[in-house]
Design a protein around this ligand. Structure first.
Ligand SMILES: [Zn+2]
Length: 362
């Protein structure tokens, strides 16, 4: 460490004497200290590293070097700290000298993290996904479908005739709405996740056999659900979540210095996308998209409300249970119900909103 060898200017005081000599301290590689007179380089004192100690560190006062015989060297620079000082000796002094900084950090760091995670990153992610080339969405969509097929989905049991009918219905709606027919492809899969539909970033929509069965007598409900799903695609919700998750992971990695771990976490983000729910705002945005499109094709958002009701029931939740859950605490609920409520926090509000929706005045 080169700076250890710089001469330190200060005053040297012999034990029990008031007179102080302007002096220079030099620290040698082995930790020993040589004190010479500032004026004529005359040697005043020499001490091995073991035969000296450091005075108490008091902010604003110089750090004294005290020799075995009681002589001391006092640096001119009150901020100077001897290289031999342990960090434990330095820390209290540093804290005292920088208490305002410490206090600010205690308050500001969580504030900074909060603002970054909930404000800056979502806004930046929202803005940045507009510039992502389509190939990213295509690639992500294909990878996710592949992942789903390997771990969550089985081949469909739905008959070809029924699939063709659903696809034809859906294609007719897309054409009516002037939406790209080749983009919003339907995929049929059997899955233990129950009645569900999910849209992938590239526009592919997966329908589980359970939702097809649930809504086979109500194609208008299935189409309402599909319009909600492609609302997520049109607003690039999954890409936004992916961008947010990646940026948040990067930020924590940079703050805590674990870049390698971040790499692994980012690789895991794609699959976590499957488990994590969209935010409430995103659901409302997709709902509003569905209402508007339903209205355009001469249908009503009530189709969507009815679809939500049917889905809720298929997951073992009655409206009464849901109402009760909202209005009281502590009553026993089946595990299914709790799980369902956790992933669909405001189903009732959404049903109500669909039923009360009015087209914007033209
Ligand atoms: Zn949704």
């Amino acid at each position: 460490m080169a700076n250890q060898r710089l001469p330190i200017a200060g005053t040297f005081q012999l034990a029990g004497r008031a007179k102080a000599h302007p002096a220079i301290a030099r620290i040698n590689d082995n930790g020993s200290v040589q004190i010479t007179a500032a004026e004529d380089q005359r040697s005043l004192h020499y001490s091995n590293a073991d035969d000296m100690r450091y005075g108490d560190i008091i902010p604003g006062l110089p750090a004294e070097l005290i020799f075995a015989d009681g002589a001391r060297f006092i640096p001119h620079d009150t901020a100077y700290r001897w290289p031999g000082l342990s960090s434990a000796q330095r820390l209290p002094a540093w804290l005292e000298a920088h208490w305002l900084t410490v206090l600010a950090a205690i308050i500001l760091v969580p504030g900074f993290i909060w603002v970054m995670v909930y404000k800056v990153i979502p806004a930046a992610a929202g803005a940045s996904v507009q510039y992502l080339p389509d190939v990213v969405a295509t690639e992500l969509g294909e990878q996710t479908l592949d992942l789903l097929d390997r771990f969550y989905m089985e081949p469909t049991q739905i008959s070809d005739a029924q699939q063709e009918k659903i696809i034809a219905d859906w294609q007719a709606i897309l054409q009516q709405l002037e939406l790209p027919r080749d983009k919003f492809r339907l995929y049929f899969r059997d899955s233990s996740i129950g009645a569900n539909a999910l849209a992938l970033p590239d526009g592919s929509v997966i329908l589980t056999d359970d939702i097809v069965g649930l809504m086979q007598d109500h194609p208008e409900q299935l189409n309402a659900v599909l319009l909600h799903e492609i609302g997520h695609v049109e607003y690039k919700h999954s890409l936004k979540m992916l961008a947010q998750a990646t940026a948040t992971t990067m930020m924590f990695a940079m703050m805590f210095g674990d870049i390698e771990g971040a790499g692994e976490m980012i690789l895991g983000v794609g699959s976590s996308l499957l488990q994590s729910a969209f935010s409430r705002d995103m659901e409302r945005e997709a709902d509003a998209f569905a209402y508007t499109q339903l209205d355009k094709i001469g249908h009503s958002p009530h189709d969507f409300a009815n679809a939500m009701r049917a889905l809720m029931k298929s997951h073992g939740v009655s409206e009464e249970q849901l109402q009760r859950h909202k209005s009281e605490q502590g009553e026993d609920h089946s595990r299914d119900l709790l799980e369902y409520l956790n992933s669909h926090p405001d189903t009732l509000e959404r049903i109500k909103a669909a039923e009360e929706w009015q087209p914007a005045a033209k």
